[in-house]
Design a protein around this ligand. Sequence first.
Ligand SMILES: Cc1ncc(COP(=O)(O)O)c(C=O)c1O
Ligand SMILES: N[C@@H](CCCC[NH3+])C(=O)O
Length: 415
Amino acid sequence: MNSGSAVRRLSAWDAERLRSLAAEYDTPLYVYDLERVRENAARLQRAFDSEEISYAVKANTTRPVLSTIDSTGVGAECASAGEVERALAAGFDGADVRYTAVNPPARDLDYVVDAAADEDLIVTVGAADTLDQLAERGFSGRLCIRANPGVGAGHHEKVSTGAAPKFGVPLNRVPELASEAVDRGFDLVGLHAHAGSGISGEDLEAHRELVARMGELARSVIADVGSIEFVNVGGGLGVPYREDEAPLDLDAVARATREAFGDVDARLGIEPGRYFVADAGVLLTRVNTVKPTPETTVVGVDAGMTTLVRPAMYDSYHAIRSLVPDAGDRETVSATVAGPICETADVLGEDRPLPDPEREDLLAVDNAGAYGYEMSSNYNSRPRPAVVALDGDETQLAVRREAVADITERETWSE
Ligand SMILES: Cc1ncc(COP(=O)(O)O)c(C=O)c1O
Ligand SMILES: N[C@@H](CCCC[NH3+])C(=O)O
């Protein structure tokens, strides 16, 4: 069994410290614990000790998080030119960076073709069309082909990518495209596929099936083109969000992944995002309105779907706890925790047991380190929150709080 706690609950955070951070930096506030990011990386590296690990930077691209993950020695998987730029700026070695093109805008390709020449990064294509566009730009870097394995998985249908036509080249077309790429002079180094995000429980079977299909595909491509360096089977490792959920047994997942891959003359790689950062982040928010109704107590807070969109977008569950010091002395009520956005979907949690809430109470939303700040928006002209990063006793303001002026400053129209 893999050692080390595989999920960090809010109780592991220092409540006093969170209260003082909220007082100093105001709310809503994202807080990241870089030590926890390192622990998560170490747990992954222990379990997948013979595999190549990359961090899917889309989960959290805040600079201290990227630098921390870079220092653990893993690579970076990037979904846009912007992510590549930020990964390189944070210190990732270009040779360890992969850009996964998904219907790539021309601007992305212009950037990565230049970057690939300077930095030796790998470009992954999910369509023959993208290969043509790379050829038109004289791409001379390392190439990877993304397959659509025809099997998807994930915590919600909206994040199950493996069988969605949008992603990758149909499995049976890959050998032909791979040979064509080599004939056209591309340096084909790898194959890639990704089942989806938030994989656990029964979905692990789908992941195993994907790995098996990729192993078979790799053997066929190698037989045709001679050799490739790696096969990356994507990210998606789930983490528990509900209090009663069990963490993944990473050792078992690693073993099953290896077994399903079989005997292939190429390195096996994975690219998790969420697993590195989800439980290393917490979102602090303050109660601004308490409204008892016949159905529930509505607890209005200053964080909403513009701060953390996952509950509104995927019906995702995030534990919500009170950080009030005297919480134990209060009666428990069943609360609907709702944000300040003019949308019915703007609810962070329903039927949540909370100590009878009062205005100014500080609440913490758990497991907010992955796809939290990353997916925040300015809808309703809400400025994005601030982000602080903790490293032991040190606190660093990683992203300052936006002002409305930050939103309007790019407007060019005037009277
Ligand atoms: C291609 C690719 N790789 C990796 C990931 C990371 O997924 P996760 O954060 O679930 O590990 C994603 C997101 O789903 C993805 O689209
Ligand atoms: N954004 C999704 C997961 C990843 C999607 C990227 N392919 C979530 O919050 O669960």
